[in-house]
Design a protein around this ligand. Structure first.
Ligand code: PEP
Length: 254
């Protein structure tokens, strides 16, 4: 199976409209329209910029996604929330669920993440489900049990077949925004573990599953990470806000 890389930029709560405009213009200029063959670039700006960024992306192969979504289907009295259908409506094809910042700062449990995963799929979005251990958990030798619980919560709720239309992102919490990247070997070990867990339930789904690495990915380390057998792209925070850096990461995959 030919691997197709996904390079996703998570802008988090950063930038202004004019910063975003400059960033998107530079990315559109740097990503050839034929780029989709080996790698897809995905931008996940803040909610309020989604329709505007969608318009700027017209004619480019760059995809649009959201950083989160409501844990409810349909519409209703959920003040402040954004539904999957609304995200589709403004041009999103992906939604990140279970980012470690959502888990740590906004109380998103494994169960909520599993619900959001299913809500995203029911709305026609591809969920990018984030999993990862903290430094304390790694040092206590709990990396596999933490990842296993996070992946299992989604698989048991949604069924393994649901992973045919989903992406997993391994993001060790200790590597996010810290400048401390997992080595390619450390990342590969966890990616292979995740693929193995899925393969124990369905080998075909596991073989086709896209597993991204996230945590201080930079132009300088991207090539070595993407050379690993089970790393199918990156979920990039800080470096996705600088066009030259994000394009360098993209080129390492494309
Ligand atoms: C992230 O936002 O998911 C992330 C990995 O951030 P950074 O690349 O800045 O570590």
């Amino acid at each position: 199976m030919t691997r197709k890389f996904l390079i996703a930029g998570n802008w988090k709560m950063n930038g202004s409209l004019s910063d975003s405009r400059q960033l998107v213009a530079a990315l559109c200029a740097g990503v050839p329209t034929t780029a989709g063959a080996k790698a897809t670039m995905l931008l996940c700006p803040p909610y309020v910029y989604l329709p505007t960024v969608r318009d700027w992306l017209q004619g480019s192969p760059i995809a649009l996604g959201a950083q989160s979504l409501a844990d409810k289907d349909g519409s209703g009295a959920y003040t402040g929330e954004i539904s999957g259908a609304m995200l589709r409506d403004v041009g999103c094809s992906y939604a990140i669920v279970g980012h470690s910042e959502r888990r740590a700062l906004y109380g998103e449990t494994d169960a909520i993440v599993a619900t959001k995963f299913q809500v995203a799929q029911r709305a026609g979005l591809t969920p990018i489900v984030c999993v990862g251990e903290t430094l304390e958990q790694r040092e206590a030798g709990q990396t596999r049990s933490v990842i296993s619980a996070q992946v299992t919560a989604v698989v048991e709720a949604a069924g393994v077949q649901a992973l045919a239309k989903a992406v997993v992102a391994y993001e060790p919490v200790w590597a996010i925004g810290t400048g401390r990247t997992a080595t390619p070997e450390q990342a590969q070990e966890v990616h292979a573990f995740i693929r193995g867990m899925v393969a124990a339930r369905d080998a075909t789904i596991a073989a086709g599953l896209s597993i991204l690495y996230g945590g201080s990915v930079k132009g300088a380390n991207a090539r070595n990470l993407f050379a690993m057998a089970d790393i199918d792209g990156g979920l990039v925070g800080g470096a996705s806000l600088v066009a030259a850096d994000f394009l360098e990461i993209f080129r390492a995959a494309a």
